[in-house]
Design a protein around this ligand. Structure first.
Ligand SMILES: *Cc1c(COP(=O)(O)O)cnc(C)c1O
Length: 448
């Protein structure tokens, strides 16, 4: 017979379930399945911890946000932000839905090409594009978004050497009322640097100016900054048209739309305080529509949304390793998935939900990962029912930046599976092995 779980009784002050001015703490029902596939089945087949992505959710979210913009503006093109999640299966779904690729390094550029994306459908962003990468992008006819003057001059040299022209835009940074300002990327609007860079480009017969780009930040919590940014790009658009007779193909508003994750230090759930995507779309499109151009001359609105499109399609399943009482009396739950898989837990209060029915008693708990590091805390305070060793938990909204920013640290990274729309599941990234980690290492002869 199994030993019954027993814990020495302690007296703790109970906070959970009490009324405060916002009402009672919500009782979160367990998540026993994802897209109809039971958590139990997933972990018995693929192990724990386990990342799970929902094909259905990705397509649903993409179509919803795409529709919100398309019903407000006639020409809309999404470009999938590779750094947000560049697993091939994930990128492929976005490309099937019609997204171009938005890349910020040579590595990401090559990944997009490997997935069969034509150069003209790759937006090459980022501050670090070396000569080789630029040459490849020029030959492919990619859309190169210039970040700074040194890059502009390098690109001029590259096009000269290749005797080719490059399709370019510039990234513009501007004061949109968010501080600290993201002024380390691109050319500044207010101090005239952007206009100066545009002038330099227009004067060159090697650079074909086709667009304007900005990316004002990430997880932008109000729509107003987008309105300001769009209006400033519209001003530059008009200037180019009036002074140089250039009509640009597109205005690229970048990404930064928030997902449903709640930031640390934010009391209410993100869903309760964030504007709707419709409000963001209104802010952007209403400014672009002020251009009052005939349809064929209207610039395409490009969007590089990352987190908003993928975050809620990603789940991380973990297993309870053990339970403890901290010296404060607080309950500590230790699970097998830590901050090495969830870099984003430094910023967000990820929702962690039990994957099985538990009792009705809940208490404030801290959730720790398995690393032998004090920083390995997923949640400092979360109301959870009583869990026991072996129980499963599901961490929600972890599709963005987790599987690109995760670390191989202390332990190996787990399987990533996808649940397809037909309910079938498949591994989209295999769990790492000791051999995989050791492969690039060399043990010098003298140390053997
Ligand atoms: C990271 C990034 C994005 C995506 O940002 P999200 O906040 O995930 O939407 C888009 N464009 C550029 C240039 C980026 O660097």
């Amino acid at each position: 017979m199994n030993k019954k779980p027993y814990e020495r009784p302690v007296i703790i002050k109970q906070y959970s379930g009490l009324m405060n001015k916002f009402g009672t703490a919500p009782v979160q029902p367990p998540i026993t399945e994802i897209d109809g596939v039971s958590v139990e089945k997933l972990t018995s087949e693929y192990g724990s911890p386990l990342f799970v992505f929902s094909e259905r959710k990705i397509r649903e979210t993409f179509r919803k946000i795409n529709r919100i913009f398309k019903t407000r503006y006639p020409k809309v093109q999404f470009a999938w932000s590779y750094k947000t999640n560049y697993l091939s299966a994930i990128c492929k779904i976005f490309h099937q839905e019609g997204s171009w690729a938005e890349v910020v390094s040579e590595f990401e550029y090559k990944r997009a090409k490997k997935l069969g994306i034509a150069g003209k459908n790759i937006i090459f962003n980022g501050p670090d594009k070396n000569e080789e990468a630029l040459a490849e992008a020029v030959k492919d006819g990619a859309k190169i978004h210039i970040d700074h003057f040194d890059e502009l001059y390098t690109l001029l040299e590259v096009t000269e050497k290749l005797d080719k022209t490059a399709n370019v835009a510039i990234r513009v940074n501007m004061d949109v009322g968010i501080y600290p300002r993201w002024d380390r990327f691109g050319f500044n609007y207010e101090n005239g640097e952007a206009a100066q860079a545009l002038k330099r480009i227009v004067l060159s017969d090697r650079l074909n100016l086709i667009g304007l780009h900005t990316h004002i930040g990430t997880y932008i919590m109000t729509a107003e900054p987008y309105r300001v940014a769009a209006s400033k790009l519209v001003e530059l658009y008009k200037m180019l048209s009036e002074q140089y007779g250039i009509n640009l193909d597109y205005i690229d508003m970048g990404g930064g739309l928030p997902s449903k994750n709640t930031l640390k230090g934010q009391y209410l759930d993100a869903e309760q305080i964030l504007p709707s995507y419709e409000q963001y779309a209104d802010a952007i499109t209403s400014e672009l529509l002020k251009l009052t151009l005939p349809l064929e001359e209207m610039p395409t609105l490009i969007l590089e949304s990352g987190r908003a499109l993928i975050d809620d399609a990603g789940y991380l399943i973990g297993t309870v390793i053990g339970l403890k009482r901290l010296t404060t009396g607080k309950r500590a739950v230790i699970i097998d998935a830590g901050v090495n898989y969830l870099f984003t837990s430094y910023w967000f209060k990820h929702k962690i939900v039990p994957a099985q029915q538990s009792g009705t008693f809940t208490e404030n708990s801290a959730v720790y990962g398995p690393l032998c590091m004090n920083i390995d805390c997923l949640r400092e305070d979360i109301v959870l029912p009583t869990l026991k060793k072996g129980d499963k938990v599901v961490i929600l909204n972890v599709g963005a930046y987790s599987v690109t920013q995760w670390m191989q640290f202390i332990t190996l990274r787990p399987n990533v599976v996808m649940i397809f729309e037909d309910g079938e599941t498949e591994i989209i990234r295999e769990a790492e092995t000791i051999e995989y980690i050791a492969a690039p290492e060399r043990l010098p002869e003298r140390l053997k």
